[in-house]
Design a binder for this molecule. Structure first.
Ligand code: FAD
Length: 309
């Protein structure tokens, strides 16, 4: 990959973060697809101060910054990601609980696994995150994507979002100021989520756990497992399902290189081992074109395509 970062910037970040700044780090190690070329510079800050320094330095050099959470909703190009890739470290993995009269609030660091947070809430008899059972990835990624399933989504439980602006300035955003939509949130450009405050309501722990078990069972019955993937590839168009349209187009089981449209659920493309991003992208292009020809619906990707192709 051609270097895009000035040597002085790389040195400055390395001096601050040491081994938590790694040049040419293969991103296939950091995505659920197990696909992706290298990050020009992967940085894993462990504190808000480190993160702010990285953002300030990047901003001063007009360097490109890409955020990576758990890598479960991204398809990273085979050419990798130029510039700085930020993945929040363990210092952003804390959850603080505060009891309220009718429930509790949970302030979760952006690197907390969403599923773990949902299970911890269930153990405390707190409702609002049951839908998240089985959704991989982090709280930061889930907030950015407004992750959801089975009628629930993150937006309904968020009270406040903490983070840093593009230039490293701390900001707090009330949930009411964020325009949540279907699998999207309107955050200020370059905003890095560092923590999310959730408002959860008290309920019978048995009932909360029951709803989570139900979500788990539905997921297990419908989705592929055992092969790396990135979840739903396309958003569901209004009033229909992307999987149904792709299946009706006769594309279940279609292959490109080592990638395949799942036999189990046509809105999943799985990596059969050694797939390239270009293989997944080729199948996405075919699905969009054939579904358009057959049904007149243009499927919009839910998967975020990043980096160089
Ligand atoms: C098997 C499987 C099942 C899935 N099922 C579902 C499902 O039922 N419902 C659903 O909604 N999704 C589902 N997904 C997709 C994915 O898990 C969610 O979108 C998840 O919330 C992404 O979180 P992540 O941390 O992995 O984010 P990533 O994939 O790393 O990033 C997603 C986006 O968020 C941005 N981002 C990440 N962290 C931050 C941050 N701290 N600040 C600002 N921006 C950030 C990234 O830049 C990127 O644009 C599934 C995925 C898989 C592999």
């Amino acid at each position: 990959m051609a270097a895009t970062l000035p040597a002085a910037l790389v040195e400055e970040i390395r001096a601050r973060l040491g081994r938590r700044a790694r040049a040419a780090e293969p991103l296939a190690r950091h995505t659920s697809y197990r696909i992706g070329g290298p990050a020009e510079l992967l940085v894993v800050p462990d504190s808000a101060d480190d993160l702010a320094d990285v953002l300030r330095a990047a901003d001063a050099h007009a360097a490109r910054v890409t955020l990576l959470g758990g890598g479960s909703n991204v398809l990273v190009g085979d050419g990798g990601i130029p510039g700085i890739v930020v993945k929040l470290g363990r210092g952003f993995g804390r959850v603080d609980w505060t009891e309220t009269t009718d429930g509790a609030s949970a302030r979760a660091g952006a690197a907390v696994q969403l599923g773990r947070l949902a299970r911890a809430a269930a153990e405390r008899g707190l409702a609002g995150l049951e839908f998240a059972e089985g959704i991989p990835g982090t709280v930061g990624g889930a907030l950015f994507m407004n992750a959801g399933a089975y009628g629930g989504d993150v937006a309904r439980a968020v009270a406040v979002v903490e983070g840093l602006g593009r230039d490293g300035t701390p900001r707090r955003l009330a949930a009411s100021s964020l325009a949540f939509g279907y699998r999207r949130t309107e955050l200020p450009a370059g905003f890095v989520v560092t923590a999310v405050g959730f408002r959860l309501r008290r309920d019978d722990p048995v009932r909360v756990r029951g709803r989570m078990a139900e979500a788990r069972a539905r997921r297990l019955a419908a989705q592929p497992h055992g092969q790396p993937n990135g979840g739903s590839v396309f958003k569901n168009p209004a009033g229909d399902h992307a999987g149904r349209l792709i299946e009706a187009a006769g594309l279940k089981g279609a292959r490109a290189g080592r990638a395949r449209i799942s036999e189990r659920h046509a809105n999943f493309i799985v990596n059969e081992g050694g797939a390239r991003a270009a293989d997944v992208k080729a199948l996405m292009d075919v699905a969009q074109r054939v579904v358009w020809e057959r049904s007149g619906v243009w499927l919009e990707p839910e998967l975020r395509l990043v980096g160089t192709w």
